[in-house]
Design a protein around this ligand. Sequence first.
Ligand code: ARG
Ligand code: ZN
Length: 471
Amino acid sequence: MHRRLIVPSVLAASLLLAIPASAADFKPGAPGIGDSYYPAYGNGGYDVSHYDLRLRYQPDTDRLDGTATLLAKTTQDLSRFNLDFLLDVSEVRVNGAKASFATSGQHELEITPAKPLAKGTSVTVVVRYSGVPSTKTAYGFSTWHRTPDGAVAADEPESAWWWYPSNDHPLDKATYDVSVSVPDGTQAISNGTLQSQSSKLGRTTFNWRSNKPQATYLTTLAVGKFDITTGTTDSGIPVVNAYSKDLGDNDGAARASVERTGEVVDWLSGYFGPYPFSAVGGYVPNTTTGYALETQTRPFYSQKQFASGSNVSVVVHELAHQWYGDDVSLKGWKDIWINEGFARYAQWLWSDSEGEGTTQELADYVYASHPADDPFWTIKPGDPGAENQFELPVYDRGALAIQALRNDIGDDAFFAILKGWPQDHAYGNASVADFQKYAEKVSGKPLAGLFDTWLFQPVKPATAAKAQARI
Ligand code: ARG
Ligand code: ZN
């Protein structure tokens, strides 16, 4: 309804300001960015460069109050545009003026600015909001994890909807300032560097800054009672780790793993090139979720990963994603192999260097342990389908494909690619097809057949990825 009411002012604005395009040329931004797996994720018509989030969280009631300020640039003449969000919005301002807003779909916040926005202009959007994230769902699910002493936002591909309004797709990366006020004695963890921390009126505010382009799902928030450790890697990267004070029997194993972050990140630089961000670390809240996540600069680990003792391999996996997934992000969610295949392969390289099985032995093991009629081979790592994005074949068959590539082009070209790729696409986005093109350029070999066999056929490749296949 508000949309109809705004029409006269749109006309008035274009006449008065003599905007060259007629009002009819100003169109709503698309409600999705165009992802083939998730058509409603992200939005069209603008590009965000920075998010400034000022949050206040109450651990006992799960109430979150926030003001998000987004700096963006329009990519078309816009009559209105969407953000993705679930909490209750009380006010939206666009370039300082009150805007009308409505909700639609599962997670769309439709914003109609008082004046239409011309293509290529800078826009500042302020959204004031509040809500109890644990009461919100989209498509029937929630990824907001409450803990005994707080909450955690860390999931893939969706996690932002529950705590900040965004253009929720990896194609639109931005820098972040995340400021969180919590009761004294409670900590708030996010990405990047802790710029400052201060207390007044019984509350402590933590100011985090992530100063390199970051995908929305890689932006994390954890509130709880944490023990924070700090250090520096041998190469000089500041390390900040955080452990829930409530990890019980898993506390020792969690620390024995995550405290090796500095060593692992420097070791990975040997394969992938310079670490792309200005801080690193990890955090282990009191959750028992079944996965870890490569939240930028500061991976999230579930204590479940440490239930059998130390697990440096998961630390290797999440830190490998800092290059493969975070620095170079996927273009569409169908390109998930760019993330998971390489993070798994990094675990194989670690195993190799620890004397726990070479990459070839692990590839042979994966090949042999799934017979031809195993449904494992029906999932194509190069295009697994949204429902299979995080299934084992994307990881294991995905890493097997990388060993096959290595055997085909030889170690010199292979390791040049591993290191060159993050440089070539630094802070950007890429697809599986882009990776194939890059590998062909560096190796000088046509690779369409190899990529098709290992990534795009729903059947077990006829021959194992043997080193001798090179001849
Ligand atoms: N990228 C994560 C990892 O492999 C996987 C996250 C899967 N998410 C999920 N809800 N299952 O490290
Ligand atoms: Zn992963």
